[in-house]
Design a protein around this ligand. Structure first.
Ligand SMILES: *[C@@H]1O[C@H](CO)[C@@H](O)[C@H](O)[C@H]1NC(C)=O
Ligand SMILES: *[C@@H]1O[C@H](CO)[C@@H](O)[C@H](O)[C@H]1NC(C)=O
Ligand SMILES: *[C@@H]1O[C@H](CO)[C@@H](O)[C@H](O)[C@H]1NC(C)=O
Length: 286
């Protein structure tokens, strides 16, 4: 075990990266108790797959919504999947599954390798993040065809299979991924489609919209059968967003060496705006 001293704060004690001790684990899942902003405690499951270079974080919100975040470090892709329970009293017995795919900025989550080595001393502890990164607005202007989504990240077809046609991305991220892969943007044409031209069962040709941003918000739409721009906020209440380094005595006299001794933790929210063909697909946005 790495040494640590008093001066590095309480959190170092509670949450230490046992870098030298834990070797070759792959089946580890951390279960973290997180106090959310409403005061409820939500259990987050976080696991890493080092060979795939992925991290998966999963939790169930107090309203029943199941949220899965997948980070594919290699392809700089993150996916937020939400499974929202239907409102039975309004005739929705089914659940709705949606996937939001967007660019993953490097270094905004600890590596899958560091994640796989993270252990908590007191698993029962209820945690709050050190830093609140606030909310990011993301307007999803593209639909992703899930059967071809493997070209964005090989994990999307499985993860988002249930979402069907409710898989969304953004043009600005497609540009980033194309550059990263060294391919042209047009290579993605089999996998994506801009919203306005999306054929829809409920939408006749003359009703096609030309500009998603000109759509009324579902909040302002009264008719359950009209298209509108839906908003969904998904927050990750606690995650390891960086490593902390501590200084200790080096191998030789008077030398100082720095080593990883803990993690920095963050909270962040994503507000997604996206097209729905009918307001009844967006009943929470009122
Ligand atoms: C990691 O991914 C590989 C390849 O997809 C898979 O075979 C393995 O079971 C995964 N490991 C864990 C712990 O899920
Ligand atoms: C988290 O993991 C526990 C234990 O493996 C499991 O019972 C629970 O259903 C998981 N929760 C979620 C939201 O995946
Ligand atoms: C994000 O969206 C919300 C709701 O639509 C809006 O009130 C807010 O001003 C937006 N923030 C930014 C930075 O665009």
């Amino acid at each position: 075990m790495m040494p640590y001293t008093n001066s590095f704060g309480r959190f170092t004690y509670a949450f230490v990266l046992f870098l030298s001790v834990v070797v070759g684990f792959s089946d580890t899942q951390l279960v973290i108790n997180v106090r959310n902003q409403g005061g409820d405690v939500v259990q987050e499951n976080i696991s890493a797959n080092v060979s795939d270079d992925t991290v998966t974080l999963e939790f169930q919100r107090s309203d029943g919504t199941l949220v899965t975040q997948l980070i594919d470090f290699k392809n700089e892709v993150q996916v937020l999947k939400s499974l929202i329970l239907g409102e039975e009293e309004r005739g929705q017995s089914q659940y709705q599954v949606m996937c939001f795919i967007f660019h993953f900025p490097k270094d905004s989550f600890i590596s899958s390798d560091a994640m796989s080595k993270l252990r908590q001393k007191n698993p029962g502890t209820i945690r709050t993040p050190e830093e609140d990164l606030g909310r990011t607005n993301r307007t999803m202007d593209y639909v992703v065809f899930v059967q071809h989504s493997g070209m964005i990240s090989p994990y999307i077809p499985d993860l988002c299979a249930e979402a069907g046609t409710n898989v969304y991305a953004r043009h600005e991220d497609i540009i980033k991924w194309a550059a990263l892969q060294g391919i042209s943007e047009t290579s993605y044409l089999t996998a994506i489609k801009a919203f306005p031209s999306t054929p829809n069962l409920f939408l006749s040709n003359d009703l096609r919209i030309e500009d998603t941003s000109s759509l009324p918000s579902c909040t302002d739409t009264k008719n359950m059968l009209t298209q509108c721009q839906c908003h969904l906020e998904l927050c990750i209440g606690w995650y390891p967003c960086g490593l902390k380094y501590c200084k200790g005595k080096g191998p030789t006299k008077n030398s100082v060496m720095s080593y990883r001794c803990g993690i920095k933790t963050c909270r962040t929210c994503h507000l997604f705006a996206y097209y729905v063909a009918q307001k009844q697909m967006c009943l929470w946005d009122e």
